[in-house]
Ligand binder design. Sequence first.
Ligand SMILES: C[S@@+](CC[C@H](N)C(=O)[O-])C[C@H]1O[C@@H](n2cnc3c(N)ncnc32)[C@H](O)[C@@H]1O
Length: 275
Amino acid sequence: MEGIINWNELWKLMRSGSPWKISLDEPAGSFWDKKSKQFNESMMQNRERTEKQIAKIGLAPEYTVLDVGAGTGRLAIPIAKQATSVTAIDPSEGMLACLQENMEKESVKNVVRINKQWEDIELGVDIEPHDVVIASHSLSMLDIQEALAKMDAAAKKCVYLFTFAGRWMDGGFCEEICGEKRSSWSDYIYLCNILHDMGIYANVEIWDSEYEQHYASLDEAVTKFKEMYDLPSEKEGLLRAHLSKILVEDGGALCLKRKSKSAMIWWQTNAHERA
Ligand SMILES: C[S@@+](CC[C@H](N)C(=O)[O-])C[C@H]1O[C@@H](n2cnc3c(N)ncnc32)[C@H](O)[C@@H]1O
């Protein structure tokens, strides 16, 4: 529907208006700097989800991989064990510090870290093309079309994007607490349409994901949620009531189970003509 719907402009609107704010005014990376430790801890509890994701990426021992928005290395580190090297790009110093610690713990040496946002990366200056480019839950760029075009240009073989389809099945958390009543701005459907308008006819795979998080107590859950979602103190009562409804007892701890539809969008970069 080129010309009738401008998907990139729609993305920009959704991105700027999301109550799940990654402010466009804050310096790049500072949003995730504050959350890096908690993110790292929670991702370590969901290794199965990571393994499932990696199994879907076509890797070979001789491949070089570029991870855009690599964060704490949840994917970069296991990928580095199966490939020649990984270049991890991320604007958050906090996330990259966790990545460094994780590399040391796992004796991984072939991950190169670049502390920049993707928009500021210059191909041929900061990085050379890699065989495979991945971006997992890191597509917070305002001009996503420009960001995707750069990923396409940076990949010799394939690009893999990971995001969600539709809304989190979170027991009403986003609606009740954050006031988010619509699909996330990073819904895969925007990306497919933007790519289509760029002449990239990407493949899509959707699957069910379950995410589990354990907390020692209700107080711990409330503190961590407030931190992760930047919730103001006046929402604490509402949050506490909501969490006590949805957390379930599990082996002496409290467990939060959330479901979502994960989406992988991927394409071969030599299969279409570059503009
Ligand atoms: C939710 S975390 C995901 C990390 C990792 N890719 C994963 O799947 O575990 C999002 C990451 O994207 C990074 N990020 C956000 N905007 C970015 C941008 N414009 N360029 C590069 N990375 C970005 C953040 O700093 C953060 O580390």
